[in-house]
Design a protein around this ligand. Structure first.
Ligand SMILES: Cc1cc2nc3c(=O)[nH]c(=O)nc-3n(C[C@H](O)[C@H](O)[C@H](O)COP(=O)(O)OP(=O)(O)OC[C@H]3O[C@@H](n4cnc5c(N)ncnc54)[C@H](O)[C@@H]3O)c2cc1C
Length: 166
């Protein structure tokens, strides 16, 4: 499956950033998008990269920091940590034979934004509905058996008990 990668670094908080999620489309920093997420005393700077489209992470992040410095007063005091995540990009594969794929596993992610939560919920619900329609008696039995431990533990929880006695 084709994949894009989001790599982000955490810097000590400097510059003129409000507590907002900043999403920035700038082709010279990322072929997808770049973002800043202020988190208390840190700034999380991230860019999306793809192996077939420049720039590389190193060049994109260097340009991004220069731009944040010039426009928003960011000062690079060194990254405290770096982390990365992959997201599917471009093609949808729904599974084969008895195997159903949903969400990221099926490639349900919108390439321009990397948005996949809605599609994961919708395709997961569609997969569940297909199972129920294809083999209702067995699917229903499995669903009931799978839910039994969760229901038992909920009925023992203090909140559930409080609700029952209200
Ligand atoms: C940095 C970043 C930012 C994003 N921002 C947004 C956003 O703003 N809006 C948006 O809509 N989407 C966003 N996405 C995409 C979104 O997170 C995914 O599309 C969505 O979470 C996919 O849901 P999923 O259930 O298919 O997969 P996941 O959320 O990845 O869930 C899969 C789960 O399966 C577990 N798992 C994996 N292997 C096994 C195994 N062998 N056994 C048991 N469990 C296993 C994993 O631990 C994980 O918990 C973002 C993604 C990234 C990386």
């Amino acid at each position: 499956m084709n994949r894009a990668y989001y790599i982000q670094e955490y810097y000590p908080r400097t510059g003129r950033f409000e507590d907002w999620f900043y999403l920035l489309y700038r082709g010279d920093t990322s072929p997808i998008y770049a973002y800043v997420i202020p988190k208390r005393e840190l700034l999380c700077l991230g860019i999306g990269i793809h192996k077939t489209a420049p720039p590389t992470f190193e060049r994109g992040m260097a340009r991004f920091k220069e731009w944040l410095r010039d426009d928003l007063g960011f000062r690079d005091d060194g990254a405290r940590r770096r982390e990365g995540f992959s997201v599917p990009f471009g093609n949808v594969v729904l599974g084969e034979g008895p195997i159903l794929l949903a969400g990221d596993a099926a490639g349900f992610c919108y390439p321009p934004t990397g948005e996949g939560i809605t599609y994961a919920v919708q395709s997961g619900a569609a997969a569940a509905a297909s199972v129920m329609e294809a083999d209702p008696p067995r699917a229903h039995g499995q669903h009931m058996a799978a839910g039994r431990p969760a229901r038992a533990s909920m009925s023992r929880s203090p909140r559930a008990t409080a609700r029952r006695t209200e």
